[in-house]
Design a binder for this molecule. Structure first.
Ligand SMILES: *Cc1c(COP(=O)(O)O)cnc(C)c1O
Length: 389
C-alpha cells in the first residue's frame, strides 16, 4: 500500500472497549447522568489503586481543575510564587495564574526532562509558597530532593500527575509525596474519561474542601440532595467553581482503570520495541528508567536536532504526516508563548534546556490501541524521515 492508501494513525487515540460502552449505556438508562454512584465508585477504585482511603481523593472534570482547586484549597498567599517547569502543558501555568499566584520557572534536567531540583533551589525567593513538579512523560521527578527543598523552606508541593497514573518513585505512587497530586483523564492520557481529572491529597480536610470548591462551594452535592433520603438544604460556604465529574464520565473511567495495568504493559512493550529499533540512529532517545522507579510510559519522545539528524524537527513532523502518522510535541517551552512573554517578560533563553528540548522534541504514538503492524509503520516512517539513517 502507498502511504496515501493507509489509514491515518491518530496520535494518542484511546483504546475504548465494550465494557465502557455498556457502562455508559447503563448510566444513560439509569437516568442519573451527573455526579452520583458511578463517580463514587470511580473514586473508591482510584483510591484503592493508590492504596489511599476514599476520603483522600476527589474526582473532577479535568486535571486543570484539580490543579486550580488544589492551589486554592492549599490557602497559598495571594500573589505568592509557585515554581514549576517550563517543559509542560500551558494548563500547569494557567492554573497557577487563575489561583491568583505567580508562576516562576525552573529549568529541566537535560537528560530526564523533569524539573531540576538545583534549579528549584536557585529560583526560591522570600515570595515562594509552593513547588509544582510535573512527572514528565510518566518519569518520576526527583521527589527526595524536591521534598527536602520544600521541607527546608516550608513550601507546599502540588504534583502534576497528568502523565503519571502508574508512576512510582522508590516504591511510592506519584501524587502521594506532596500536599496534592493532580491526574488527568483527557482523551490522550493513560486512562481516559473523555475529559476528567482526579485530585489526591495528604490531608482529608483539604480534600473535603477541594470537593466543596469544585461544586460551587456548596456543602452538599446533588446526589445527596435529590437522593431517596429526602430533600436536604445546602449551604454555600465558599465561592466555588463548577468542576465536578459526571457519572457519564466515571462510567468510562471505571473500566479504563480496571485495565490500567494491561494497558501499561502494552505501552511498555511498544516502548521497548522503539528503543531497540532506534538504537544507533542519530536521534535523542529517552533516558533509561532510573533504578527503583516506575515509568508510566505516557510519552515516547525523540529529539530531532538538525545538526545531528540532517532534518529539522518541523520537517520531520511533516515527513511523518506524509507517511500518515500523527505525532505530538510535548512541549515547546512555556517561555516561547507570547502571552507569558508579554505578562512576565519571559525569554526562552532563560531556561536553555527546556528551550533546546522543546525545539527538538517529537512524541511518537504510544497508545495501547496500536497493533504490532502499526508500531512497525511508525518505526519505518521514522527511519524513512531521517536522511542519515
Ligand atoms: C493534559 C495535561 C494537563 C491538563 O489536563 P486536563 O485534564 O486536560 O485538564 C495538565 N498538565 C499536563 C502536564 C498535561 O499533560
Amino acid at each position: 500500500m502507498s502511504p496515501s492508501e493507509q489509514s491515518f494513525l491518530i496520535f494518542g487515540s484511546p483504546l475504548i472497549e465494550q465494557a465502557e460502552i455498556d457502562e455508559v449505556l447503563a448510566c444513560m438508562e439509569s437516568s442519573w447522568l451527573g455526579t452520583g454512584p458511578r463517580v463514587a465508585k470511580f473514586e473508591s477504585d482510584f483510591a484503592a489503586y493508590n492504596a489511599l482511603p476514599a476520603t483522600r481523593v476527589a474526582a473532577l472534570n479535568s486535571c486543570t481543575a484539580a490543579l486550580h482547586v488544589s492551589m486554592v484549597a492549599a490557602g497559598l498567599e495571594a500573589g505568592s510564587e509557585v515554581i514549576t517547569t517550563p517543559l509542560t502543558f500551558c494548563a500547569t501555568a494557567n492554573a497557577i495564574i487563575h489561583a491568583g499566584l505567580t508562576p516562576v520557572l525552573a529549568d529541566v534536567d537535560a537528560s530526564t526532562q523533569c524539573i531540576d531540583p538545583a534549579a528549584i533551589e536557585a529560583a526560591i525567593t522570600p515570595r515562594t509558597s509552593a513547588i509544582l513538579p510535573v512527572h514528565f512523560a510518566g518519569r518520576p521527578c526527583d521527589m527526595d530532593a524536591i521534598m527536602a527543598i520544600a521541607n527546608k523552606h516550608g513550601l507546599a508541593v502540588i504534583e502534576d500527575c497528568a502523565h503519571a497514573i502508574e508512576t512510582e518513585y522508590h516504591g511510592r505512587k506519584a501524587g502521594t509525596f506532596g500536599d496534592f497530586g493532580c491526574f488527568s483523564f483527557y482523551a490522550t492520557k493513560n486512562i481516559t474519561t473523555g475529559e476528567g481529572g482526579m485530585i489526591v491529597g495528604r490531608d482529608e480536610a483539604l480534600i473535603a474542601r477541594a470537593r466543596v470548591l469544585a461544586l460551587h462551594g456548596m456543602s452538599k452535592d446533588a446526589w445527596h440532595r435529590f437522593g431517596d433520603k429526602g430533600y436536604k438544604h445546602y449551604q454555600v460556604v465558599e465561592c466555588g467553581f463548577k468542576y465536578n465529574m459526571m457519572d457519564l464520565q466515571a462510567a468510562i473511567g471505571i473500566h479504563q482503570l480496571a485495565r490500567v495495568e494491561s494497558s501499561w504493559q502494552r505501552r511498555e512493550a511498544i516502548w521497548r520495541r522503539y528503543m531497540d529499533a532506534f538504537a544507533g540512529l542519530p536521534i535523542g532517545l529517552p533516558a533509561p528508567v532510573e533504578a527503583d522507579a516506575r515509568h508510566a510510559y505516557h510519552l515516547f519522545t525523540l529529539l530531532i536536532e538538525e545538526g545531528r539528524c540532517g532534518i529539522s524537527r518541523d520537517a520531520f513532523l511533516e515527513a511523518m504526516n506524509a507517511s500518515r502518522i500523527g505525532n505530538g510535541v510535548h512541549y515547546l517551552s512555556l517561555a516561547e508563548h507570547p502571552y507569558y512573554q508579554q505578562r512576565f517578560g519571559w525569554r526562552p533563553e532563560q531556561w536553555p534546556q527546556a528551550m533546546r528540548i522543546g525545539r527538538a522534541t517529537v512524541s511518537l504514538p504510544l497508545s495501547p490501541k496500536l497493533s504490532d503492524a502499526d508500531v512497525g509503520r511508525v518505526i519505518s516512517a521514522t527511519r524513512h524521515a531521517l536522511p542519515r539513517s
